[in-house]
Design a protein around this ligand. Structure first.
Ligand SMILES: Cc1ncc(COP(=O)(O)O)c(C=O)c1O
Length: 414
C-alpha cells in the first residue's frame, strides 16, 4: 500500500508540528521497517511447505538456509535458531560460560539478559568512543578470578577490536563470543563477520535489514561446539527416543527459513539501498555543525543498516537528544534512541549495581539517534528529514525558546 505523504517543507521553526504546524509526513517513517524480498518466490516456498506438511524440525528449507549462511559468511557451521536471544543463550551455555562474563552496556538488553537468565553475572564494561564497542583496555581491568568469558557486540555493524579481544581472551583462558546481531554481511580486515572468536551470533529479527520474520543463528568453525549447539537447540535429542543432553527448543521453523532464503536472494539489493540512503544522509548533513552521521569504513564490506546521528554537546546543551526525538516524532519521523539508557541503568542491573558509572556509554546513550532507512524510505524522504534536522539544529536557540514556552507537557512527553 502506498503511504500518503504530504511534503510540507518547513521554512521556520514556528512551522514545526510540536509548535502547532502540520506534521511533515502524512505517514510514519521508521528505522527498522522490514525489507521484504520477492513475494512470488516467498509464496511459492510457503506453498511447498504447506504441501509437504514439513513445518519445522530440521526441514529442507532450514538445511538449505544454514548452508547458504555458512557459505556466505565462510564458516563450517551455521546453526539457525528461533531468534537471536535464544541463539545467544544457547551459545553461552554450550561454551560453558559461568560466573562472570564481560559485556558492553551499550547494547540491546538481550546481550545481558541472555547471561542473567541462566544465572551468569554480566559485568558491564565501558566502550571506546571511537568504535562504540568494548574498550579492550577496560576489559582487561574488569577481569576477575570469576570471569569465564567476554561477549563483544559489533554495534551498528562496526566491528569490535577483534584482535585485541582475542589476544586478551587467549592470555586469560577466556571464551570469546561475539553478538553480531547488527553485523550480518559485514567484514573485519577483509574477512566476513561470523568466523571470529569461539562463535558469533546473528539476529534475523524483522527489524534487521535481513530478516527471517523472527530468527537467529550461531556460526562457528568448531565442530564439537557445533554438535553441542545442535543438540541443545533440539531438547538434547540424539535419536527418536534418546536424549543425551540437557536442551531447549531453539529451532527455526520452515516458514522462517523460507523467508530467509527469499531475503537472501535480495540481499545485494537491500544493502545497495541502505548504502544509497547512508550516502544521501551523509551528503545532506555534511556541513551541519553540532551533529554528524556515524561513518562506515569504506574499505570493509558493510550492510549500512543503521543511520546513526551523533549529536555534539554544543547542540545537546541547548536542545537535548530526547527533545529532538520528540520534535521529529511529531513530524512522523520515528527515530530511535538506541541503547538508551544503557543496560546497566535498566532493571535488574540498575538495582544490582548501584553507583556503577560508565562515562562513555552514558554520554553516547544520551547523544545518539537512529534515523529512518531501509527500502521503505526514499531519497526524497531523506532530503526532507535532513531539511528538518538542519532547521532544528541550525536554530537550536530559537527552538529552545519555543520549547520553554510549551512548559511541562512537552518536558514530560505528553
Ligand atoms: C545487539 C543485539 N543483540 C541481540 C539481539 C536479540 O535478537 P532477537 O531480537 O533476534 O532475539 C538484538 C536484536 O534484536 C540486538 O540488536
Amino acid at each position: 500500500m502506498l503511504m500518503l505523504r504530504e511534503n510540507l517543507m518547513k521554512k521556520t521553526v514556528n512551522d514545526l508540528a510540536v509548535f502547532g504546524g502540520l506534521p511533515t509526513f502524512g505517514g510514519q517513517l521508521y528505522v527498522g521497517r522490514p525489507n521484504i524480498g520477492d513475494r512470488g518466490r516467498l509464496l511459492e516456498r510457503f506453498n511447498q511447505i504447506l504441501d509437504s506438511r514439513w513445518l519445522t524440525n530440521d526441514g529442507p528449507f532450514l538445511r538449505e538456509f544454514e548452508q547458504r549462511i555458512a557459505g556466505l559468511v565462510g564458516v563450517k557451521h551455521c546453526i539457525a535458531m528461533c531468534n537471536g536471544t535464544v541463539a545467544l543463550e544457547i551459545a553461552i551455555r554450550a561454551l560453558g560460560m559461568k560466573g562472570e562474563v564481560i559485556v558492553p552496556s551499550f547494547t540491546f538488553i538481550a546481550t545481558a539478559h541472555a547471561l542473567q537468565w541462566q544465572g551468569i553475572t554480566p559485568v558491564f564494561c565501558d566502550i571506546d568512543p571511537r568504535t562504540q564497542t568494548l574498550d579492550p583496555g577496560k576489559v582487561e581491568q574488569t577481569i576477575t578470578p570469576r570471569t569465564t568469558g567476554i561477549i563483544g557486540v559489533h554495534v551498528w555493524g562496526h566491528t569490535c577490536d577483534i584482535e585485541a579481544l582475542a589476544e586478551i581472551a587467549a592470555r586469560h583462558g577466556l571464551k570469546l563470543l561475539f553478538d553480531a546481531a547488527h553485523a550480518f554481511a559485514c567484514s573485519y580486515k577483509g574477512r566476513m563477520i561470523g568466523s571470529f572468536g569461539d562463535a558469533e551470533v546473528f539476529s534475523f529479527h524483522a527489524t534487521k535489514f535481513f530478516n527471517t520474520l523472527e530468527g537467529g543463528a550461531v556460526v562457528t568453525n568448531d565442530d564439537e561446539l557445533a554438535e553441542k549447539l545442535r543438540l541443545m537447540r533440539n531438547f538434547g535429542f540424539t535419536g527418536y527416543d534418546k536424549v543425551s543432553y540437557i536442551g531447549t527448543n531453539g529451532k527455526m521453523n520452515e516458514i522462517s527459513a523460507a523467508m530467509g532464503l527469499t531475503s537472501l536472494e535480495s540481499l545485494d539489493e537491500f544493502i545497495a539501498v541502505n548504502r544509497r540512503n547512508y550516502f544521501r544522509y551523509r551528503e545532506e548533513l555534511r556541513d551541519v555543525a553540532g551533529a554528524q552521521v556515524l561513518a562506515y569504513d569504506e574499505t570493509e564490506t558493510c550492510n549500512y543498516q543503521y543511520i546513526v546521528l551523533e549529536l555534539e554537546e554544543t547542540f545537546t546543551q541547548v536542545v537535548s537528544r530526547d527533545e529532538l526525538w520528540r520534535i521529529l516524532t511529531a513530524e512522523n519521523v520515528i527515530a530511535r534512541r538506541y541503547f538508551y539508557p544503557g543496560c546497566h541503568r535498566m532493571e535488574p542491573y540498575r538495582s544490582n549495581l548501584p553507583g556503577l558509572r560508565l562515562p562513555e556509554t552514558e554520554s553516547l546513550a544520551e547523544r545518539v539517534l537512529c534515523l529512518p532507512t531501509g527500502t521503505a524510505v526514499t531519497e526524497s524522504d531523506i532530503k526532507i528529514i535532513c531539511q528538518l534536522l538542519k532547521l532544528i539544529i541550525g536554530n537550536a536557540v530559537e527552538v529552545r525558546g519555543l520549547l520553554n514556552g510549551l512548559g511541562a507537557s512537552f518536558a514530560s512527553g505528553r
